[in-house]
Ligand binder design. Structure first.
Ligand code: SF4
Ligand code: SF4
Length: 188
């Protein structure tokens, strides 16, 4: 059985249920979900919350760009509760994303990602589903291109910030800078 997509179509050919609905493989538990400016903007507006209430900072890895703020060289990710994403609702009967409509781009793309216009299936994935890659790409192409654009946008604004404000300003100033950049890109 080849399944098509998650959250966008009836993925399970036999039951009509999205594969993610009944899957407890823990992709929302095992990964730290790193986010970009557009992800934070959508969550902040959609939930009516300050970014600090759902973001955590991690030390930037050697290979990542890293944001230079007073607090150190950091990356932004979603907070976790008890080792799972804070937006995961898990009970005996329910396993679901409570921010499905505005969840981060990487969550929508998983277990794929777009790099230089090409769709890659992640090598270290834990997803047990046998996705139909061609159909996934066909259905998700708009999102995948948008996600790639948003990460490039984010890289650019982090570079701009790092050039101007090398460890001089706090994280709160970076978050404001970042959200203002998204806001003005949406207006222009
Ligand atoms: S592991 Fe795969 S099927 Fe399971 S919830 Fe994650 S993306 Fe969906
Ligand atoms: S935002 Fe939603 S899909 Fe993404 S890790 Fe959290 S619970 Fe899972």
């Amino acid at each position: 059985m080849k399944l098509i997509s998650k959250g966008y179509d009836s993925g399970n050919d036999e039951t009509g249920e999205f594969p993610c609905v009944s899957c407890h493989t823990n992709c929302c538990k095992e990964y730290v979900i790193f986010v970009n400016a557009h992800d934070v903007y959508r969550l902040s507006i959609g939930l009516g919350l300050a970014p600090e209430s759902f973001l955590d900072v991690y030390g930037a890895k050697d290979y990542s760009l890293g944001i230079k703020v007073k607090e150190g060289l950091i990356d932004l990710a979603l907070k976790q509760n008890n080792g799972a994403c804070k937006f995961l609702e898990e009970t005996k009967d329910v396993f679901r994303c409570t921010v499905n409509d505005i969840k981060p781009g990487v969550c929508k793309s998983y277990p794929f990602e777009m790099k230089n216009g090409k769709l890659n299936q992640m090598t270290s994935m834990m997803c047990p589903i046998d996705w139909d890659i061609a159909k996934f790409e066909e259905m998700m192409i708009t999102h995948l291109k948008k996600d790639e654009f948003e990460w490039k946008f984010y890289d650019k604004l982090v570079k701009e910030w790092n050039t101007k404000h090398w460890r001089k300003k706090p994280l709160s100033a970076f978050l404001k800078f970042m959200l203002d950049k998204v806001e003005s890109s949406l207006i222009s």
